[in-house]
Design a protein around this ligand. Sequence first.
Ligand SMILES: *[C@@H]1O[C@H](CO)[C@@H](O)[C@H](O)[C@H]1NC(C)=O
Length: 191
Amino acid sequence: MSHSHTLRFLFLFFCLIHAPLFSSSSQQEQEQQPHIMLPSQPTQKKLTTLHFYYHDILEGENPTVVQIIDPSNTPNSLGTTFMMDNALTEGPELSSKQVGRAQGMFGLASIQDRGMVMLINFAFSEEGEYKGSTLSMLGRNPVMDTVREMPIVGGTRLFRFASGFAIAKSLWSISTEQHFVVEYNITISLP
Ligand SMILES: *[C@@H]1O[C@H](CO)[C@@H](O)[C@H](O)[C@H]1NC(C)=O
């Protein structure tokens, strides 16, 4: 191969390798909310976004959240802890298509405010787009704020080595005392 052929080949090779990644990450960046500042990402990492609704069913015949620790006389109910196995749905209605379950725990972990510790494994349906993969979220959840951010610390199957963040927004307008709905946008980078 002549020198110019070699250069052209290398250039084409570079474009082929990188084109899908460039378009994928710039598309994802457009979907970010303006107030979220992403650190500059190495272009090799692929950004993936997930969007779903989370349902805390607190009372009734089939609650999906149960209290497991009920400490007495602690400041600001510190230590009060719940376990959940909540439905994740495509749309805001509980009757819309189920995409997975949120299985984990949350507890009151702040003497000053309603800051919770949140520990959730998002388990996506076997037959869905994410084929039984999981994402693990661990973070501080100041539940009185309408919009919160929590870290995604890892994943399995399609989401191995995932890291990122979740934006959770309480949908007060459609929530009741028995049924609390939260909209989630999760952004992860995968190797
Ligand atoms: C999630 O992303 C969609 C699309 O960018 C946006 O319309 C929605 O407001 C976001 N919701 C949250 C909770 O970030």
